[in-house]
Design a protein around this ligand. Structure first.
Ligand code: SF4
Length: 383
């Protein structure tokens, strides 16, 4: 089992962000922690100290919590569940908030062993354009501070930004690689509906780099990271040997996960549910004061689709034996659309797996959609 704790506060909203988060205050954080502790206890009683291999504090900005609050949450996770002695415990953090005196040393001593820092860029004008609460200097200082505190360190970066050139992206990568984090997540900018950045681009106030430049950012960036020792193991993820994210790999392998906090999603077996987004409604569900989480029962078709989609995101790809065991049929290599994907160099058959090539990963959404369409039609033909 994987545990996810959603911490729904940020000091301010970044211009590109569509995640659920609201303004931070001490009182709101206290009320939130109290509710998550109650939620954990309730699930601990229901599931009976089930084994847990990873805990992930995501958000929002988990690094706005006080170390004492992280301690309460971790102690509760240990008391309510059977936390592995070597559990991976990750906390997402923003560079500005981890520079509070003593913060990193304290959470490291409490057992947080992996830090995921939202650096995004080292360049001040790009950070300001994104509405990030930190600048490049704070980003560099926070990476050094995380290094000094002994974390297994992951950095988030974004490519494809308005005003970013290929050279500026490669400069960021070179500087970041010299800081030697164990893991990097490099995301292509995604313009989310309703965000101020999407509006600025729609209205022509900001221009995205051209398609060709964006493709080079992904392909050249990946090649560079591989040349300095990072394995490209998922569309956006790069790791030094032995440093892949265990938590994310658990999601991609379809393991059960339990989410705590407002808007957190859980999946156990074929049941999936989301906690209410609004804190009051969430608290009402947790305290039994009314309301329930809406539970979705995942159909066989949905589970099969998800297995294919998640596996294709990884460099390892879709295990064709597992595919056959799940669907009862061989993967349709002779299907004309599969032939087309292969001859275009977007997918390949290697070591018993269907894999997206690097070029396929660049356009992963459309390739995965095509494969899912083929699998669904194939299934419809056999029932
Ligand atoms: S800090 Fe992260 S979660 Fe908060 S608004 Fe910015 S991108 Fe979104």
């Amino acid at each position: 089992m994987l545990l996810y704790v959603h911490v729904p506060f940020c000091v301010r909203k970044c211009g590109y962000c569509a995640f659920h988060s609201g303004p931070f205050s001490r009182d709101a954080a206290e009320a939130y922690v109290e509710m998550v502790l109650r939620e954990m206890k309730a699930w601990g009683r229901t599931l009976g100290r089930v084994a847990v291999e990873t805990v992930y504090f995501g958000g929002g900005t988990p690094s706005l919590l006080e170390p004492g609050q992280v301690e309460d949450l971790l102690q509760s996770a240990g008391a309510c569940f059977n936390l592995d002695a070597d559990a991976e415990i990750t906390l997402e953090a923003n560079p500005d908030s981890v520079l509070r005196p003593g913060f990193l040393g304290s959470i490291r001593r409490l057992g947080v062993n992996r830090l995921s820092l939202g650096v995004q860029s080292l360049q001040d004008d790009l950070l300001a354009m994104l509405g990030r609460p930190h600048d490049g200097r704070q980003a560099r200082r926070s990476v050094q501070a995380a290094r000094d505190s002994g974390f297994n360190l992951s950095l988030d970066l974004i490519w494809g930004l308005p005003g970013q050139t290929l050279k500026r992206w490669m400069d960021d990568l070179a500087e970041v690689a010299a800081l030697a984090p164990e893991h990097l997540s490099c995301y292509g900018l995604s313009l989310e509906d309703g965000t101020s950045l999407a509006r600025q681009v729609e209205e022509g106030d900001l221009d995205l780099p051209g398609e060709e430049t964006q493709a080079r950012m992904y392909l050249d960036g990946t090649q560079f990271l591989e040349s300095v020792g990072y394995a490209h193991y998922e569309i956006s993820s790069y790791a030094r040997p032995g440093r892949k994210s265990r938590h994310n790999q658990g999601y991609w392998a379809g393991k059960d996960y339990l989410g705590f906090g407002p808007a957190a999603v859980s999946t156990i077996g074929d049941r999936r549910w989301s906690n209410p987004v609004a804190f009051e409604e969430y608290a009402s569900v947790v305290t039994g004061g009314g309301g329930t989480n809406e539970v979705e029962v995942l159909s066989t078709q949905m589970r099969r689709q998800e297995m294919v989609m998640l596996a294709l995101r990884t460099a390892g790809g879709l295990d064709l034996e597992k595919f056959k065991a799940t669907t009862g049929t061989e993967f349709p290599w002779r299907h004309p659309a599969v032939e087309q994907l292969r001859s275009s160099g977007l997918v390949r058959h290697r070591d018993g797996h269907l894999q997206l090539t690097r070029e396929g990963m660049l356009v992963s959404n459309s390739v995965i959609e095509m494969v899912l369409g083929i699998v669904d039609r194939m299934h419809a033909d056999t029932v």
